[in-house]
Design a protein around this ligand. Sequence first.
Ligand code: UT7
Length: 349
Amino acid sequence: MPLSKIAGIGYYVPKNVFTNNDLTKFMDTSDEWIQERTGIQERRYAHRTEETTTTMGVAAATIAIERAGITPQDIDFIVFATLSPDYYFPGCGVLLQRAMKMKEIGALDVRNQCSGFVYALSVADQFIKTGMYKNILVVGSEKHSFGLDFSTRGRNISVIFGDGAGAVVLQPTTKDGQGILSTHLHSDGDSAEILAMYNPGTHANHWTADKVADFDTAEMGKMFMSHNMIDHAQNFPNMDGPAVFKKAIVKFPEVIMEALAANGLQTSDINLLIPHQANLRIAQFVQQKLKLSDNQVYNNIQKYGNTTAASVPIALCEAWELGKVKEGDLVCLAAFGSGFTWASALLRW
Ligand code: UT7
């Protein structure tokens, strides 16, 4: 059975830089608070009308496909991970297929939030291993800036997130020892509402009766999307930050150790860990817990904030461009986020 390798990688971030000080114009926050609690200095926001989650995905994919030495018409399957799709439905996968003039190939959307890219990579890896596809495009892209509450009410969430996209082309490899060694996927739905965007949705208060009040129940449509929801900021994400933090610092090390154990390897064997860029403090905690050196971990949340499904491929691509990922290196990707879902992938570059 052939393993799959990353044959091409690319990322795209919008030009528009938004610093912490820029955010203080809209909400009661400070550069000091944001840097101290998250490590973030600035993030990028997509152009309001000219850029979408799909167009950013296309920009990243174009680079990845070119670096793989193929054309969009060679791609035989798309896996697109995002929590901020252009449309409620259909997903971004088909929009990308259209925009890149690809053949009538399968396009799958993955909704696993911060661990979306690692989940998507794992799905693509299975299709390569079975021999079903030879050139799979895996994309993680987010346009968070359209779904954030930029008032003080939403400051615990809005300061964290940024926009951007990353993509890889996965192909079978015949080189001994090279490729994705294993992937590990987990979830715990007990905590689904701790980090969630409830509306628009079809839950009709079923799961969140104690948290979401004030619906106009007279008409079904109004339970899906109503003025009331907008008035009560229920169309924005909700997050119990400290609860997410506490779980993340347990699950990140656990899923990394699981990947190493599955391959008979140790933390000292890791050349580069790319943790999902949730919060620099989380990444530093994981680094300390696993006794990894600074050279073994790559972070870029300082520049881009948390780009959810895009954060792992953006960081991996940037690290690769900087020469921090070389042939033969053991690279570990790990992510944790809404769901809760968490995942890891171990690959030999
Ligand atoms: O991608 C995966 C998903 N997300 C995460 O992994 C996020 C994990 N959690 C976190 O990163 C952190 O919990 C946050 C960065 C979100 C928050 O940091 P924290 O140290 O846990 O702060 P906190 O939520 O406990 O809030 C501390 C204080 C509160 O004020 P009081 O009640 O102590 O007076 C907040 O109201 O900080 C206040 N606060 C802010 N102050 C200035 C919350 N957000 C802000 C803000 N600026 N942006």
